[in-house]
Design a protein around this ligand. Sequence first.
Ligand code: NDP
Length: 333
Amino acid sequence: VKVLLTGGSGFIAAHIVDILLEHGFDTVVTVRSEEKGKRILEAHANTPKEKLSYVVVKDVAQVGAFDEAVKSSPPFDYVLHTASPFHFNVQDPVKDFLDPAIKGTTGILKAIKAHAPSVKRVVITSSFAAIVNADNHPKVYSEENWNPVTWEEAVDHSKVYRASKTFAEKAAWDFVAKEKPNFDIATINPPLVFGPVVHYLNSLEAINTSNQRVRNIIQGQMKEQIAPSGVYLWVDVRDVALAHVRAIEIEKAGGQRFFVTAGYFSNKDVVEIIRQSHPELESKLPPSDSPSDLPANIYKIDNTRSQEVLGLKYRQLKETISDTVDSLLAVGA
Ligand code: NDP
């Protein structure tokens, strides 16, 4: 059984590769350059090339970008689409975020419909960003909720990332409704993802966005003051990766969104876990009487579908943060 995984060089995708190989799938990843592809193969030096290979797709926003990548012999059975920009260095909101997120998603769906009739399901990495209503939280968050962001608001630099995920996911569901392709889709909607780094990382400067706060804490950047948490929901990268693979393995996952979250956290919780798990880092940490900013009356969350349909059992924050710190220390934090 053969899978195409886009954005193979990413933080989450690297864990998906590991689980796909463990579960016996033949895996082809897309990357933006030969160099990134070669690094992935080097990290899996003992994996035979018929089990793992790469194709270069330079710019996912280009018309027809995936037309060649989706053709394969033997043909693909499933596609996992993770490639999408996630950072806060906004220069041009349309070119840097909206185009790659939205056109990347519709582009791969069109390419599959036109050139890869064997594909049965496409799993798309969406986000809690496509669920959250930051100005007016509902009582309970679940797959029922959609970010109400408008096109006019989308170019606002502080909103563009969340808008890119919202419009990309909407475009995918619209595509399936209108085009009625041979495949169905499922989306995985995680909030902030923490966890060990297994992708190529030459320096902690280049750490993926969602692990940045853990790096900042262990480098002493919050020693004087803990930065505002900003978001309060999290999930472990290994659980997110497993959710993607289960979403192709489990028939009834088709046609559904999955809100995958382990629960609440604050930066203060992360600090206290590190104080326990890595006492040698004490001198970098803020004082233990620093307050937590987790609101007392925070919205509730309902992740039942992910547990019942995908069978996820979520890792706890303690394990995740401790493993994340170990992996950052190994890179040289
Ligand atoms: P990374 O930045 O590590 O991975 C992003 C991946 O997308 C990389 O492979 C990157 O390629 C690729 N990519 C980004 N922009 C483009 C582009 N314009 N054209 C082609 N490829 C591109 O982040 P994550 O692993 O965290 O993100 C993976 C997915 O998960 C994204 O869809 C993100 O929105 C989603 N997500 C992440 C969350 C998190 O907290 N980490 C939470 C919710 C959703 P390259 O390496 O070449 O830059």
